[in-house]
Design a protein around this ligand. Structure first.
Ligand code: FPP
Ligand code: MG
Length: 328
């Protein structure tokens, strides 16, 4: 695992058990797909979602670590499955710096491999989750799929409004973050108000995380991110920096960026992509997007302070600080 959790040895140790659980679950695969999936799940990154389950499950007095590890494994497997499918949709050659499952075995097999991971995730759901109900998992999964469907259907349309973008990232990223925090707290069976507070924290965290990720696609270093900058624009996916830049341009009565993007075929060529990246920066789109990411962060921090458990609050805040620091 990355050294991301070095400063939280307790969480790091439990995440190792999550990894082991996922490894054992995937080891039931047969044939050629087994080593491919094992490689893939072993390359897991920061494991933010299971970590959120683990941290939030410490909110009460009961030791819920066993359940938290299992629920965290379910959510991470759902996430891993969704990324296998996402790389097919995006025709992505790389995932976390490694060859993607799609690039290794092609779209047909990769669809099935993603389905397999999803099926294995379901095998870990006990059906009698304390406080948690399958409706919450189902809702998060539904939103995940709906937002990908919506994003794909709208690919190449650069002129979406801010609310459409926020709805999309709410579904594709914030829903699983929210589910993670909700499930962790729900394991303690305190009350529904507390579960909902945790849901909101996860949601705002997920929104801030995805906006930051989208900003990094404009300014990040391709080496560290394991992918090239400008990928979203090139493939016709409008994200917040672009939406904000177009808003600002419109406010100033200009339309250079708008003209560059009007009636464009995707993928955009290298020259146009670069032109869009610099116009977005010049217009202040990145700064405005950073401001919105910050406001989600502030909302999450305010809600974190209402949890009433100093240790859980400390861990969530420290996680936020580390995530905010991943600038390039
Ligand atoms: C990454 O987005 C994509 C997601 C977080 C969600 C993908 C969801 C699906 C494909 C729906 C199917 C779901 C299941 C459970 C099988 P991105 O392309 O912006 O990020 P990236 O740069 O990491 O690829
Ligand atoms: Mg993708």
């Amino acid at each position: 695992m990355s050294d991301f959790w070095d400063d939280e040895p307790h969480i790091q140790a439990q995440l190792q058990v999550v990894r082991k659980t996922i490894g054992q679950t995937v080891a039931t695969a047969h044939g050629f797909i087994k080593p491919i999936l094992e490689d893939y799940v072993n390359s897991t990154g920061k494991m933010l979602r299971p970590a959120l389950v683990l941290i939030t499950s410490m909110i009460g007095n009961q030791d819920r670590s066993e359940d938290a590890i299992r629920v965290g494994s379910v959510i991470e497997l759902i996430h891993l499955a969704s990324l296998v499918h996402d790389d097919i949709i995006d025709r992505a050659p790389k995932r976390r710096g490694n060859t993607s499952v799609y690039a290794k075995i092609g779209a047909k097999q990769a669809v099935l491999a993603g389905d397999f991971l999803l099926a294995r995730a379901l095998s870990l759901v006990s059906g009698k989750e304390r406080g948690g109900d399958s409706q919450v998992v189902s809702r998060a999964l539904t939103r995940l799929c709906e937002s990908e469907l919506e994003q794909d259907a709208g690919q190449g349309d650069f002129f979406i409004d801010r609310n459409t973008y926020l709805r999309r990232i709410g579904g594709k990223t914030a829903s699983l973050f929210a589910l993670s925090c909700y499930s962790g707290v729900a394991l303690q069976e305190i009350n529904e108000t507390m579960n909902k507070l945790a849901h909101r924290i996860g949601y705002c965290m997920g929104m801030a995380f995805q906006i930051q990720d989208d900003i990094l696609d404009y300014i990040g270093s391709s080496k560290k991110l394991g992918k090239h900058t400008g990928g979203d624009v090139k493939s016709g996916i409008p994200t917040l920096p672009l939406i904000c830049a177009l808003e600002l341009e419109n406010e100033w009565g200009k339309q250079e960026l708008k003209n560059v993007l009007t009636d464009r075929k995707i993928p955009l060529d290298q020259r146009t992509t670069k032109q869009v990246l610099s116009l977005v920066e010049e217009l202040g789109g990145i700064q405005k997007a950073q401001f919105l990411a910050e406001s989600y962060k502030m909302r999450a921090l305010e809600e974190i302070h209402r949890l009433g458990n100093p240790e859980v609050e400390r861990m969530l805040i420290s996680l936020f600080e580390k995530l905010s620091a991943r600038s390039v």
